[in-house]
Design a protein around this ligand. Sequence first.
Ligand code: IPD
Length: 293
Amino acid sequence: MSGVSGMSGSDPAARDRPADRAASPDPGELADLACSVAREAGDLLISRHGQVRVVDTKSSPTDVVTEMDRAAEDLIRRRILAARPGDAILGEEGGQIGAGTAVRWIVDPLDGTVNYLYGLSDWAVSIAAEVDGTVVAGAVCVPVHRSLFSATAGGGGWLRSPGRDGPERLSCNSGVSLAGALVGTGFGYEAGRRVVQGQVVAALLPRVRDIRRAGAAAVDLCSLAAGRLDAFYERGLHAWDFAAGGLIAREAGAQIAGLHGRAASESMTLAAGPGLFSELHDLLASLDPERDQ
Ligand code: IPD
């Protein structure tokens, strides 16, 4: 499988913006860096896809860390700090370094680790840049599909993929009813949470077109942005799972939030096109999904 290095650039509209990094970091520049680092990490990861060792576990014995999660995060941290030495970075594997800076990077070096371990195709490198607490740029690289999703705040969501002349602007589906919706979701790694997640999905299943569990939240959010899913929800995601994909989905026209007007968070992340968001929100809210057994 060839790498993803051939795909270049982020939001094309952002390229001509002035670069005055010290005064105000330019989202287009941050997105370009996110894209190039995500592609490089994707190339590193694909070289060991399906042939990797588990080196640790986290929240449960099935919540695994492979040697490549760590190698990819190490590469991403080195590349970001070489380009922007003063920035803070929050990464899934290494936690936070730096604080009190305007720019903080939010990194999932390998979203969909279990898919990667098993040689399945839906896994991604996800890199977002926050400025003063707001995500303004993001990139999600899906190496097996040679797809690079990216967005800047206000600059749209974009997809570069093989066989296309240039970047395609992403647009989520609109006007979909709940009964006609293809809904993506995911499950946490702890049994007590899964009991409730199973009850919630069982109540949803007869009310929607169908359910998909692809195994990588960043990919799910990009699939929503590309119209390959109509909606997505999950309890228990961390910022690194949804920071870049959430911006990409929002820039493709989706609404993304938590329940009851709250922001998307670990407690609940829900995303869908206009109209469907409120229908799904109300059904989910009625099921009290923000609890664990
Ligand atoms: C996981 C994936 C999965 C989701 C889990 C996440 P990881 O991320 O995004 O789809 O259901 O909640 O933890 O562990 O592979 O980086």
